[in-house]
Design a protein around this ligand. Structure first.
Ligand code: FAD
Length: 286
C-alpha cells in the first residue's frame, strides 16, 4: 500500500450515522469493535439535516469515547443560534473530543431552499474564534463539484476559504471515478490549497439506495458501473462481492496516485468495510 510521501501512514477514518433503535445501537457497538481494530484516526458521526440528530449524535459520540476511540462529530449550524453551537462545542471540548467535521449541512427535506444556512467557512471561523486551536477541523470537498456550486472554480475557491478560516483537512463526497479526484486535487493545488484531501469511499452494497442517494447529492455513477450493479441488483451476494472488487481497485488506485488516506462511509456495517481495509493492507490488532 503506497501513500502520501510526506506522511508514510495513510489516514483512515470511518463514518457512522447515529442509530435510532436499541437494536441499531447494539449493532453499531459491534461495528465499532470490529473496525476499531484497524486503528482509525477517528470514527465520525453524522449530524442530521438542520441539527435534527443533535441528541443521538451526542449519544453516539459518548459511546465511541467510552470504548476508548477518537471521535469526530459532524457539526453544522442548521437551525441553531450561535449560543447553541457554542454550547455544543464547549461540551465536546470538555469531554475530550479533538476532531470535528464542520459543514453547512442541508435543510431537512420539505423545508426547501438554502438561504438560511450558514456556510462551512463561516462555521470554521466561528469554531476557531471560540475554541482556538483545540480542534482538528475537517471540512467537505466535492471532486465532482457540489450540486449548488456556481462553477467548478468557484467551488474550489470556497474550499480554499474553509482552509483559510482554519480547517486542517478535507474529506470528499464519494465518487467512483479516480480521475475526477486527481483532477480536482490538481486544480486545488493550482489554487494554492496544500492541505490533505481525503477521498470518501462509499461501499457498493445496495443498488436502489445508491442510485437514489447519488442523484440527490450529485455523485456520478459511471454508466458502465450502473449497468453492472443493475445486473446484480437481485443477487445481494454477487453485488457485494463485485462491489468489493471495484472499491478495492479504486481505493488502491487512489492511494497509489498519492491520496493521503481514505474515509469510509460505513453505513454502520463492518463486514464490507473491514474486507476493503484488509484488501488494501491496513493492519488489524488482534
Ligand atoms: P459549503 O462549504 O458551505 O458549500 C455549499 C455550497 O455553497 C457549495 O456549492 C459552495 O460552492 C458554496 N459556498 C461555500 N461557501 C460559500 C460562501 N461563503 N458564500 C457563498 N457560497 C458558498 N450533511 C449533513 O446533513 N450531515 C452530515 O453529517 C454530513 N456529513 C458530511 C460529510 C462529508 C465528508 C461530506 C462530503 C458531506 C456531508 N454532508 C452532511 C453533506 C453536506 O452537508 C452537504 O453536501 C451540504 O449541501 C454542503 O455542505 P458543505 O459543508 O460542503 O457546505
Amino acid at each position: 500500500m503506497k501513500s502520501d510521501s510526506a506522511d508514510p501512514t495513510p489516514h483512515l477514518s470511518f463514518e457512522f450515522f447515529p442509530p435510532k433503535t436499541d437494536q441499531g445501537k447494539a449493532s453499531l457497538a459491534t461495528t465499532r469493535q470490529a473496525l476499531g481494530k484497524f486503528n482509525p484516526e477517528f470514527f465520525s458521526v453524522t449530524y442530521g439535516a438542520g441539527g435534527s440528530t443533535r441528541t443521538t449524535t451526542m449519544d453516539q459520540v459518548a459511546a465511541i469515547q467510552s470504548d476508548g476511540f477518537a471521535v469526530a462529530p459532524h457539526l453544522s449550524f442548521g437551525g441553531s443560534d450561535k449560543a447553541e453551537v457554542l454550547a455544543l462545542l464547549n461540551s465536546y471540548k470538555a469531554s475530550g473530543v479533538k476532531h470535528l467535521v464542520a459543514l453547512r449541512g442541508d435543510l431537512p427535506s420539505g423545508i426547501g431552499g438554502a438561504a438560511q444556512l450558514i456556510h462551512a467557512n463561516q462555521l470554521v471561523t466561528f469554531i476557531r474564534e471560540n475554541t482556538g486551536d483545540h480542534f482538528n477541523i475537517n471540512v467537505a470537498a466535492y471532486p465532482e463539484i457540489h450540486p449548488e456550486a456556481e462553477s467548478y472554480s468557484k467551488d474550489i475557491y470556497w474550499l480554499g476559504e474553509k482552509f483559510k478560516a482554519g480547517a486542517n483537512r478535507a474529506i470528499t463526497q464519494y465518487f467512483y471515478n479516480a480521475d475526477a479526484y486527481f483532477k480536482f486535487v490538481d486544480e486545488c493545488a493550482k489554487a494554492g490549497i496544500v492541505e490533505p484531501i481525503i477521498p470518501g469511499m462509499m461501499p457498493l452494497t445496495n443498488y436502489s439506495n445508491l442510485i437514489r442517494f447519488s442523484d440527490s447529492c450529485g455523485a456520478d455513477i459511471p454508466r458502465w458501473l450502473r449497468w453492472q450493479l443493475k445486473e446484480r441488483s437481485d443477487n445481494m451476494e454477487d453485488l457485494v462481492s463485485y462491489g468489493i472488487d471495484i472499491i478495492s481497485e479504486l481505493s488502491q488506485k487512489l492511494l497509489d496516485g498519492g491520496a493521503p488516506g481514505l474515509h469510509f462511509y460505513t453505513m454502520n456495517q463492518w463486514q464490507v468495510t473491514g474486507t476493503l481495509c484488509r484488501n488494501l493492507g491496513f493492519t488489524e490488532n488482534n
